[in-house]
Design a protein around this ligand. Structure first.
Ligand code: FAD
Length: 307
């Protein structure tokens, strides 16, 4: 019940101002956001590498309103890639991007987002790594998939995300499960209407399993983005049935969530990638994390009230 209310609040400027200014917010935000600057996130990449983990780095900030901000988003990723190159961390860290941050929702946004993301994908490829296009709300996905297809002509390793809660996703999975593709499957984190998405958790889980089965049977590289122990166990079994070796798919989890599980799966020989978000414009990302688990909201409310 609370999830949709929090997701609605994630679109409200009034709530954004309230939450950002509330005492106690920072303490809770720090659990999910790895830092504000590149300098703060680099030690986290090194620490993950020391634990046998890989990362995908996300510079937060989807709610932009000007072309200049979309250029700043591109430049923030280019700065990050430059630092990874200097430090020789390129092969350890991938990038995750939200096309909204690259201007997708502005006028002429499809072309603008493509023009902004291309140099990032190019720079990532030059240091031996790659970029995955995150999936946002369902109205943005045709554009995201078209940009993904365009980028893959020159950079076939570019990944994309599909969301199990959407009715369309099994078809998308079949189309994407081709040789050389990299596809992250997640449950889905946005507030979607019943006309396009399953609303029931059990239905979403069942769809997730059907989609993992499609990806495992295909020729691409499945990336399983979930903290759900049951779905992780089912994925392991489906990978085994499909005859996949441990390096022919990977698990991904979010920074700050079930961290002991990151290390456990890596120790079992799985490739485990931690989605590590950083930056100053953390509001939308943070609110989706609150919506996923009501206990987070209670913790958040308590930390505000006790400050
Ligand atoms: P759940 O059933 O939600 O959670 C299983 C268990 O994990 C919970 O019981 C709890 O113990 C723990 N858990 C899960 N979430 C939280 C939380 N916020 N706080 C504390 N504990 C938690 N969604 C998109 O729509 N687009 C994307 O591009 C996208 N990229 C993602 C990338 C990665 C690597 C991951 C892991 C998730 C991504 N998501 C994305 C979010 C995803 O859609 C889900 O909202 C999120 O992963 C929660 O679903 P779950 O599979 O972990 O299962």
């Amino acid at each position: 019940m609370l999830g949709p209310v929090i997701l609605a609040a994630s679109r409200s400027d009034k709530m954004r101002r309230f939450v950002s200014a509330a005492p106690g917010t920072k303490q809770v935000v720090d659990r999910f956001i790895a830092g504000e600057t590149v300098d703060q996130v680099i030690p986290i990449v090194k620490d993950a590498a020391a634990k046998g983990l890989e990362v995908t780095l996300d510079v937060v900030g989807e709610d932009i309103t000007t072309v200049e901000q979309s250029h700043a988003a591109r430049d923030a990723y280019l700065e990050l890639i430059g630092r990874l190159k200097e430090l020789g961390l390129g092969e350890r860290a991938e990038m995750s991007v939200k096309l909204s941050m690259f201007g997708q929702a502005l006028e002429g946004g499809h072309e603008l987002a493509l023009a902004n993301v291309r140099p990032v994908v190019e720079a990532a490829a030059a240091i031996g790594t790659t970029v995955t296009l995150d999936a946002e709300d369902h109205t943005t996905l045709d554009s995201m998939f078209a940009i993904h297809e365009e980028l893959r002509k020159d950079f076939p390793q570019t990944g994309c995300v599909i969301q199990a809660y959407l009715f369309r996703t099994e078809d998308d999975a079949r189309r994407l499960a081709a040789a050389g593709s990299r596809v992250r499957i997640v449950k889905g984190a946005y507030k979607e209407p019943a006309s396009v998405a399953h609303q029931d958790k059990a239905e979403i889980d069942k769809a997730f399993v059907r989609i993992v089965r499609i990806l495992m049977a295909g020729e691409g590289y499945p990336m399983i983005g979930s903290h759900d122990p049951r779905l992780i166990a089912i994925t392991q079994e489906l990978a085994r049935q499909a005859g996949r070796k441990l390096d022919e798919y990977e698990f991904q989890m979010l920074y700050g969530i079930r961290s002991e599980e990151h290390v456990r799966l890596a120790a079992e020989g799985h490739r485990m990638r931690v989605y590590t978000a950083y930056g100053t414009d953390w509001y939308g990302y943070f609110m989706r994390r609150l919506a996923e688990k009501p206990a987070n909201l209670l913790f958040f409310a308590r930390s505000i009230l006790t400050k």
